[in-house]
Write a protein that binds this ligand. Sequence first.
Ligand code: TRP
Length: 454
Amino acid sequence: MEKQQGSRESFATKFGVIAATAGSAVGLGNIWRFPYLTGENGGAAFLVVYLAFVVAIGIPVMLSEFVIGRSARQNPYGAFRKLAPGKPWYLVGLMGVAAAFMILAFYTTVAGWTLEYIYQAITGGLTGKSGPQLSDMYTQFRDGSWRPVIWFFLFMGMTSGIIVFGVKKGIEKSTVILMPVLFIILVILGIRSLTLPGAMEGIRFLFRPDFSKIDSSAILAALGQVFFSMSIGMGTLITYASYFPKKDNLLGTSFSVALTDTFVALLAGIAIFPAVFSFHIEPGFGPGLVFVTLPGIFQQMPGGSFFALLFFVLLALAALTSTISVLEVIVAFFTEELKMSRKAATWTAAGTVSILGLMSTLAWNPLMKGITLFGKNVFEILDFTSANILLPAGGFFIVLFVAWFFGREKASAELSNDGALKAGYIPFYMFLIRFIAPVALAIIFLNGIGLLRL
Ligand code: TRP
């Protein structure tokens, strides 16, 4: 086995690069958050805004992370240190590592819940329950038992169990299997949902443009969703790109990942809304959609228990290919900066994240319920600060770094693989990261911290 540089690994195949990176992007954000945001914000009109942001901001930020990661071949902190020695840009990398701790803590909480629901689906715990019973079941599970903690540790253990095997044998090997499985499950669920009586009403709800719902808050929601869904702004993609082979076409990879991410979000909407409408459930969505409303719907459809199981397996797989990408950020940081072995780094990272994760998982428990800030419990604080503050801020500095510090020449060399690829889009890309993306990001950021109210 030839190693590229020192002990640093890289992905072995093109499909591995895409499966791993799309695996990071596709997650709870697509299957739970995207459908209800689209539903609440005008359906197709929201979709138009979302797609515009994917192209104008999402892909440029993603490409900028790729450029930084692959040219530095380091964790986010090390990458900025290497590309801008003696300059404070490394703080952006540190912020990314901090965000990784926070996102992993609350994300693994929800990922753990999916395991409870897989367990319930298998043991028949969802069968025959009415809407209110399912709602009680959800709150009792979340607020009053130790089960979420057990599932949290199990999910963290699964994530660590993959990461400890490294880039090729851990991340690549698992995602090239899990992503196709995920895709097949999603298609089965989409077909099941579309063939329910009255399904078209859900499709209409999801795709009928209603531009009157597009106000500034819907626009900001779309921008935030682009960040969360595409895994950008935190250095996850800097880390993954540091494992891309030097001959990988970065623009092509960013298109494949953005397309997969968007397509999965749409498929999830197609799987969920027709079912919701077919069973005459009020589209009053929110956090309960996946854990309360959907199990209620599954109860009423033929073969429902099987589809419920499939759905929660889908959620768990989608979450797993995302949690590994976030844990890898911390592990890369520990191995490279603190010179730990991968094994020690993995368990140290998992252990330290678990402290925060335990607080997040118990956020509704009487033990922790009293700990709030601005009316938000620990889980909600982690969610809010990472998604609404740290990611947009990270994205802002990442594009500024490439646009104004790293510069066009070096960025062009990286994007064109030192001239091997034609990259005629570079002037357009530079224009987007110099002006369009930073201005849009400044707006979402100022709004996120409450300095600007649109
Ligand atoms: N994109 C994932 C989702 O939609 C979550 C995720 C993984 C993420 N890595 C990230 C979000 C880095 C922000 C930053 O579920």
